[in-house]
Design a protein around this ligand. Structure first.
Ligand SMILES: Nc1ncnc2c1ncn2[C@@H]1O[C@H](COP(=O)(O)OP(=O)(O)OP(=O)(O)O)[C@@H](O)[C@H]1O
Ligand SMILES: [Mg+2]
Length: 285
């Protein structure tokens, strides 16, 4: 059986299958070929190629995922297909024109924000129709961090681009959770629309970034304290915090959080890929 873990985030798509592990920008773009170009029609691209399309003034560049939720179905499906293409390119194709792979032995696990539970059924059927895997499952994305840390009970804080997830898991079951609007974009939005895709831009504005990082840590540690006070203190999920998400790589965020959080904390080894690593493990169970 082929196991695929897929984390389609606001900033980056992360996908793992077997030994293949890919990450690319969550962007979808199209443009009409100009009169002086050879050929006619529309050019569509995703990921870093979509970012390159910004060079054409007439290009339409879409962010299919906003605050962790799919908002542009065509673009979202293009990202999902591209991710599968990048991790499965050695597989047999069933439709070379549409670029469809034979996934009849594949199990795909996809992560969504905790607050997007109501999108779950629609997303499952969308993925099923597009990829035709043997089975697919949509879970709260923070479950990926829990599993990648080899834990069954803990509270996970995952600081993504568009949302910060705080979800408590007791024996693998999500018992409570929130999706907060304050995430990495709280720091990067001031630096330009696509600045979050280029760490060198963040490094050029270190002073301002570190100031905002402290403010974000203040907000998140405060919301975490409120969240933890709503849990039963005798449960295991009250005793350990696992932190992941690309936000941890922004200078100042990890240190400021470590200073403010008043419970036992473990930071993910690979914060950006942590959810996808765990989703891939879940797909293989
Ligand atoms: N090497 C790096 N250096 C600095 N910052 C980084 C690095 N890699 C990622 N980031 C930051 O991580 C953020 C993206 O994190 P992540 O990939 O976890 O978000 P996402 O999953 O796409 O978003 P969401 O979970 O909210 O949908 C970006 O803001 C980016 O600035
Ligand atoms: Mg994410």
């Amino acid at each position: 059986m082929l196991s695929i873990g897929l984390d389609v985030g606001t900033a980056f798509v992360k996908c793992i299958s077997g030994s293949a592990r890919v990450i690319f920008p969550s962007l979808y773009a199209y443009r009409t070929l100009e009169r002086w170009e050879s050929g006619r029609g529309i050019v569509v691209s995703v990921g870093e190629y979509a970012l390159k399309m910004l060079e054409y003034p007439s290009a339409v560049v879409i962010r299919p995922v906003i605050e962790g939720r799919p908002v542009h179905h065509q673009g979202f499906l293009a990202l999902v297909k591209e991710a599968v293409h990048r991790v499965c390119s050695s597989r047999r194709m069933v439709d070379a024109i549409r670029g469809d792979y034979d996934l009849s032995d594949a199990r795909i696990v996809v992560g969504l924000p905790y607050s997007a539970g109501s999108d779950r059924t629609a997303l499952t059927s969308l993925i099923h129709k597009a990829l035709k895997p043997r089975s697919s499952l949509v879970v709260p994305q923070a479950a990926g961090t829990l599993v990648s840390a080899n834990k069954r009970s803990a509270t996970v804080m995952s600081i993504g681009q568009g949302t910060t997830e705080i979800v408590a898991f007791e024996d693998m079951k999500p018992v409570s959770g929130v999706s907060l609007m304050q995430a990495s974009d709280y720091i990067t939005s001031e630096l330009g629309e696509f600045s979050y895709l280029d760490p060198s831009i963040v490094n050029e504005h270190m002073g301002e970034v570190e100031r905002r990082a402290k403010m974000l840590a203040d907000i998140l540690s405060n919301r975490l304290a409120s969240f933890m006070s709503s849990l039963n203190p005798t449960q295991e999920c009250s005793k350990l915090l696992l932190v992941s998400g690309g936000g941890l790589l922004i200078p100042g965020v990890k240190g400021s959080l470590a200073e403010r959080v008043k419970m036992q904390v473990e930071f993910a080894e690979d914060p950006v890929m942590a959810n996808a690593i765990g989703l891939h493990i879940l797909a293989g169970l």
